[in-house]
Design a protein around this ligand. Sequence first.
Ligand SMILES: Cc1cc2nc3c(=O)[nH]c(=O)nc-3n(C[C@H](O)[C@H](O)[C@H](O)COP(=O)(O)OP(=O)(O)OC[C@H]3O[C@@H](n4cnc5c(N)ncnc54)[C@H](O)[C@@H]3O)c2cc1C
Length: 297
Amino acid sequence: MTIHRAVVARVQPLTPAMTRVTFHGEGLAAFTSTGVGDEYVRLFFPHGPDRQDVSLPRSTEQGGWETPEGRPVAPMRTYTVRTVRPQAREIDVDFVLHDHGVASGWVASARPGDVIGLNDPTGLYRPPADLARQVLIADQTGLPAVARLLEGTPDGVRTRVVLEVPDPSAVQPLTRPADCTVTWTYGGNGRGPSRLADLVEAAVPPGTDLTHGYVWVAGQTNALRTVRRYLRKDLALPAERFKVVGYWIPGSDTWSERYEALPGAVRTELEALWDRPAEESEDLTIRYEARLSDLGL
Ligand SMILES: Cc1cc2nc3c(=O)[nH]c(=O)nc-3n(C[C@H](O)[C@H](O)[C@H](O)COP(=O)(O)OP(=O)(O)OC[C@H]3O[C@@H](n4cnc5c(N)ncnc54)[C@H](O)[C@@H]3O)c2cc1C
């Protein structure tokens, strides 16, 4: 894995709640897109007020990264690569502006010349080869991925999109493949309870034929626990027919503290849940998430 140094070239408000930042730099010469529409990177932000001083980690042999000794740890967040322009050595990232947070605060004052670090991208959207029909459902954080997935969808694939954004001002124009229906709904996104679970049930009701289908859902993590259970248990979809990805956690600033405050035996039980074969991973995630919900996490 390479950690790239990138410099802000342009900042463009897209809607009142979302800003596009174009990163450029010689450091992006070696950036290689996976070509997968929901590919994401880890962004490494400045640790202090100097917006050009980023403590770039270095990659490790195990495929991770580490902060060089004696250097401050760069705050890290995960974002979708909205657009890649390899010849111009540019990528775009669309940031949701929300109440507070390292990334949200950084983007609110982003300007050309600011420096960040980013790693090589990873894509998660992996539809089966027989794809004839897909359902894409997301809140505002998943909107950049949905927009890019639509741009890459071949015309023969029937596509249903449902987006949950805070209000009508957050709606954006989308490039659509030939057979595509898009519905915008309002709410969630930290401003109210998310309806992602209901939206998935309405778009993929019991009895839906997903023999040649794929369902991709992204957004508020705790709202997606019900979704994963519904797709896997109620609809009995095989793991390769869907992907559910938690993008952000409400109250994430205190989550680790609340987890660490759990009795030792409960933490051991949660950790033991992961000690299972990889093929069980979807069912395991369901069990793990159900336990977290019981514990109010
Ligand atoms: C694979 C992947 C791809 C992603 N792609 C994008 C993307 O393209 N664009 C994008 O904007 N986000 C994206 N996200 C989500 C983003 O990583 C989180 O929203 C992240 O927590 C924002 O960091 P922050 O420093 O602004 O806030 P944090 O410091 O992480 O959190 C501070 C507070 O803000 C709350 N919070 C965090 N995010 C939101 C939000 N979106 N709405 C309301 N409250 C929030 C937290 O609960 C916490 O209370 C993606 C996440 C993943 C896992």
